[in-house]
Design a protein. Structure first.
Ligand SMILES: Cc1cc2nc3c(=O)[nH]c(=O)nc-3n(C[C@H](O)[C@H](O)[C@H](O)COP(=O)(O)OP(=O)(O)OC[C@H]3O[C@@H](n4cnc5c(N)ncnc54)[C@H](O)[C@@H]3O)c2cc1C
Length: 127
């Protein structure tokens, strides 16, 4: 008698696959299958390879996280005893060939065509 224990294969080790595996393995035998050499899928932290901010870690998967919009993710982090820390949020994108710049700081979105010099004063957009 296997007491309802099933053999389950989960394809992909992104946050969806890892979470499914984490929950299902409490009752079942789970095999997680991943095609790439590292787990995590889109969720990853990379370090800037060069430039003035070389070495700065940048999260590519989860940039926004708050309790109101992410109740289940909050619950998962609680279960995993992951510490959380408040942070300010900003976002900047600059397409050098077209000169298009998109900035987001606490005051909201700003879409504009920007010169390099605009970025020098970026901190002045924050509040
Ligand atoms: C720029 C950007 C910013 C984001 N910011 C946020 C944010 O702030 N907050 C938020 O909640 N979400 C954010 N997201 C969305 C979030 O990152 C994704 O929704 C989430 O990571 C997707 O997870 P997933 O497990 O569904 O897929 P993925 O992370 O894509 O994982 C899929 C995995 O399956 C593997 N795989 C695929 N095919 C096979 C196969 N045939 N066999 C074996 N393995 C396979 C892949 O290699 C990969 O590891 C952002 C996304 C982007 C692009």
């Amino acid at each position: 008698m296997n007491n309802g224990v099933k053999q389950i294969a989960v394809i992909g080790s992104g946050v969806a696959g890892l979470t499914a595996t984490h929950i299902l393995q409490r009752k079942h035998h789970v095999t997680l299958i991943e095609k790439s050499e590292r787990i995590g899928g889109h969720t990853n932290t990379v370090r800037l390879p060069d430039g003035p901010d070389a070495g700065t870690p940048v999260d590519t998967g989860f940039i926004v996280m708050n309790h109101r919009n992410y109740p289940l993710f909050t619950k998962l982090l609680d279960q995993l005893e992951v510490d959380l820390r408040d942070s300010d949020m900003s976002f900047g994108y600059h397409d050098i060939p077209s000169g298009l710049a998109i900035l987001w700081v606490r005051i909201g979105w700003s879409f504009r065509s920007a010169e390099k010099s605009d970025f020098a004063g970026l901190s002045s957009y924050g509040s």
